[in-house]
Write a protein that binds this ligand. Structure first.
Ligand code: HEM
Length: 418
């Protein structure tokens, strides 16, 4: 699907280089000539936006690392020093902390876009599975990054989540001690989390390269879910069309990001993390960052600790099997009237679980979390497979070009009628 490269090196030096390492030809065929479906909407700009956020996290993170000290008696103070004394240190820290949230916003939209338009279905299964791996790596990175400032929530969050491993029968305690590097969350834990927090973003970047490679093999899906049938009729060259659209999406997203950083930099954080970690004082409510809340609600919904851990990990691992759980031959929700309703119910379930994850695990909250957790699995394991068998999809357009022309014709008719 990668566009045929029409790249011709201009100078003798470029010709010499290209015949030894054809990198400009690769860039040209992947990001300039690459045939892009002509009907992509703005939901398709979120892959580019996520790439931008990954780059922003790496740049701000590398600068923060120059001033941060991964040692339990100094970590908290080194972060305060970054905020007060380092030139633009406050900006780097706020951009990094809010950037993590914005990265998750972009990736959640990207995932739900894929769910809505059936982008995970054949032939894009490997592309999708690489995406799920990226998501898991992102969660691990964000979790370990949150521990580094060594505030109360850093410490107790690390304690709660690492202790989950002790629920594993027979070897659980040994695994937990091995993870901690001692008999509690302490200096060795902070050190290894710092090391891994620096390493993982580069691993994410590596998997993103594979992800985009797989994308260029299968070609992009599009809002109709109908594959490209004719390159000249159904597609446009990536540059300038997709490049300009992606750039516009990135600028809009950046404005939102900047608004958080400059106007409400602490709104997504937890006030308890401005208190130095104290292993002897447990905070009243241990709450993770917002992007973990739905999974935290699933963890706490199950009465047994081991059951909760299994449910939480399964709630993500299940997505690895989604391409095979979904039995429908039609990809896009646009032509699946019943699936479309269930899709929005699933979105509401995720938001509901997120809310419940932020509440104390008692009374009605626990009952509601149990109902929504059951529905979450019901949706993926029962409703999605059955819908493919029983739903009657609407007729698909013959091609992308047909669908574009039909929507233009209907707009024309409406304008004429007015
Ligand atoms: C660091 C995070 C990620 C980056 C930088 C990234 C990047 C991209 C880019 C640039 C595209 C092409 C443009 C687009 O369709 O928006 C894409 C497509 C895609 N991504 Fe991701 N992605 C990330 C995470 C994920 C995750 C977590 C999933 C799913 C669990 C996922 C699933 C997909 C799928 C299925 C497509 C194909 C969409 C289509 O052609 O319709 N990605 N990704």
């Amino acid at each position: 699907m990668t566009g045929h490269s029409t790249y011709v090196p201009k100078s003798a030096l470029a010709r010499w280089f290209e015949s030894r390492l054809p990198i400009m030809g690769l860039v040209h065929s992947s990001f300039i000539a690459y045939p892009t479906p002509k009907n992509l909407n703005y939901w398709w700009t979120f892959g580019g936006i996520a790439s931008f956020m990954l780059a922003a996290q790496i740049v701000t993170g590398v600068v923060l690392a120059m001033h941060y000290t991964p040692e339990v008696t100094m970590a908290f103070d080194s972060v305060e020093k970054i905020m007060r004394d380092v030139n633009f240190g406050w900006l780097m820290r706020y951009a990094h902390a809010n950037g993590a949230s914005m990265f998750f916003v972009a990736v959640y939209i990207h995932i739900f876009r894929s769910l809505y338009y059936g982008s995970y279905k054949a032939p894009r299964e490997v592309l999708w599975i690489l995406g799920v791996i990226i998501f898991l790596l992102m969660m691990a990175t964000a979790f370990m990054g949150y521990v580094l400032p060594w505030g109360q929530m850093s410490f107790w969050g690390a304690k709660v989540i690492t202790s989950l491993f002790s629920a594993i029968p027979f070897v659980g305690d040994a695994i937990t001690i091995w993870l901690w590097g001692g008999y509690s969350v302490d200096n060795p834990t902070l050190n290894r989390f710092y090391s891994l927090h620096y390493l993982l973003p580069f691993m994410i970047a590596g998997v993103v390269v594979l992800h985009v490679w797989a994308l260029h093999v299968s070609g992009q899906n599009n809002p109709t879910g109908v594959e490209v049938k004719s390159v000249p009729k159904d597609t446009v060259p990536f540059t300038p069309y997709a490049t300009v659209k992606d750039a516009f999406g990135m600028v809009c997203f950046f404005i939102l990001f900047a608004w958080f950083v400059f106007y409400v930099p602490g709104i997504l954080g937890d006030a308890d993390n401005y208190i130095r970690a104290n292993p002897l004082v447990t905070p009243a409510h241990i709450v993770p960052e917002w992007y973990f809340l739905p999974f935290y609600a699933i963890l706490r919904a199950i009465p047994s600790k081991l059951g909760g851990v299994i449910a939480m990990f399964s709630s993500i691992a299940i997505f690895l099997f989604l391409p095979w759980l979904d039995t429908s031959r039609v990809r896009s929700a646009r032509y699946r009237p019943v699936f479309k309703i269930f899709f929005w119910v699933f979105v509401a379930t995720g938001i509901g679980l997120g809310y419940l994850g932020s509440q104390p695990p008692e009374g009605g909250f626990v009952i509601a979390a149990r109902i929504l957790t059951a529905y979450y699995f019901l949706h993926l394991l029962v409703i999605i497979p059955l819908l493919g068998l029983f739903e009657r999809p609407r007729p698909l357009p013959a091609s992308i070009a047909d669908s574009v022309l039909a929507s233009r014709a209907s707009v024309g008719a409406r304008v004429a009628a007015e």
